[in-house]
Ligand binder design. Structure first.
Ligand code: GDP
Ligand code: MN
Length: 346
């Protein structure tokens, strides 16, 4: 079209996004996944869905992270699933190991106590390590240093709708920091002291809270089903972080680094089972302008047992409007209405 730049910056229509095109319109962005070798086949299924519905048009590179070296099988199978560049990254041991200040007797006692209270995954040490890494360390990995945006993907998820635009360009052009897909409640026992520790941090750092924050969303328990309790002031409503599209700048910011350090020292990644989803959500809800958080309603998505399935002819394989194909009580886990109440829809 007229008005396109000419000369060396001229964009090659239809060819912009070739994986090897150094002049492509791609932003500094990557699709990323923390994943185990044993999950390779489920990872490939996730890749096939995202490639089919979106990435074969844009060829954003994939970056895989693991606390152990990736196997040749993992590399071979995942490379076959995309035309885009792929890289395989090891997590530095100091980003994964249980930190020195964790009291192992207290950790073991906490595991017994919260396991008996029904906190899922409490007794699986690697789960605690995974949540801590996703909370505080993925953004610090040197392999992401050159990237501004990331799209987090997990093995065994599904994407249902054709997406025709560059998601990362959307983030940039609309000045978004974070994109989510599904919001759910957490079990209050898993994050019992997250909010009190957060309030302690705010007290030590007055002025960190954004003037257009979504704090009221974090504190609102009004629409909770009656069988759900708040966690010492936190509604537990969170962005479900198996799907994240974000600006790494937020996680690298001084504010977030200090917040994470405060939480890490408090020990709740081990003495409780703080997930990266509530930790990310509390930070976004306090320190970011709520208008910079975007619901990607058009991205049809499933991570068992929940769906986001839009009413759109470009979607195939999910039931419009369905939130879960699991037991009926699971429909009450959806807390998106709480987000819409406080933030509205953009
Ligand atoms: P859930 O979604 O909360 O049930 O947790 P998942 O088991 O799906 O784990 C979340 C993500 O972290 C997935 O992408 C897993 O592949 C990954 N993950 C979990 N634990 C480990 C681990 O010990 N090592 C590695 N490399 N990846 C892990
Ligand atoms: Mn998962």
């Amino acid at each position: 079209p007229s008005g396109e730049p000419s000369g060396p910056l001229r964009r090659v229509q239809g060819n912009n996004y070739d994986a090897d095109n150094p002049h492509s319109d791609r932003l500094n962005a990557t699709i990323m996944s923390l994943v185990r070798n044993s999950e390779v086949d489920d990872m490939v299924r996730s890749m096939q869905d995202l490639e089919r519905t979106w990435n074969h048009k844009f060829n954003y590179p994939w970056t895989f992270f693991n606390d152990e070296p990736f196997s040749e099988e993992f590399k071979r199978k995942t490379r076959t699933a995309t035309k885009a560049h792929v890289s395989y990254e090891l997590i530095p041991p100091e980003h994964w190991a249980i930190p020195s200040w964790i009291n192992m007797d207290l950790y073991n006692a906490s595991v017994s106590r919260l396991t008996s209270q029904g906190v899922q995954y409490m007794s699986q040490t690697s789960y605690h390590q995974m949540c801590r890494w996703n909370s505080g360390f993925f953004s610090q990995h040197p392999a992401l240093a050159s990237y501004q945006y990331y799209w987090r993907v997990e093995p065994k998820v599904h994407f249902f709708c054709d997406i025709d635009y560059d998601i990362f360009a959307y983030m940039r052009d609309h000045n978004k920091t974070y994109g989510f897909n599904i919001n759910i409640y957490d079990s209050p026992e898993s994050v019992a002291t997250l909010w009190p520790h957060t309030l302690g941090f705010l007290q030590q750092n007055p002025g960190f809270e954004h003037r257009n924050s979504a704090r009221k969303w974090l504190e609102d328990g009004s629409k909770r089903p009656e069988n759900k309790r708040k966690a010492n002031g936190y509604s537990t409503c969170h962005f479900w972080s198996n799907f994240e599209i974000g600006d790494l700048g937020f996680w690298r910011s001084e504010t977030y680094r200090r917040f994470f350090e405060h939480l890490d020292k408090a020990g709740g990644f081990f003495y409780e089972r703080w997930g990266d989803a509530p930790v990310h959500s509390v930070a976004l809800g306090l320190f970011e302008d709520k208008s910079k958080i975007h619901w990607f309603r058009d991205i049809g998505y499933q991570h068992i047992p929940f769906f986001n399935c839009p009413n759109n002819p470009k979607c195939e394989g999910c039931v419009t409007g369905r939130f879960t194909d699991g037991e009926k009580w699971l429909t009450r886990e959806d807390c998106r209405p709480l987000w819409f109440k406080h933030v509205g829809m953009d």
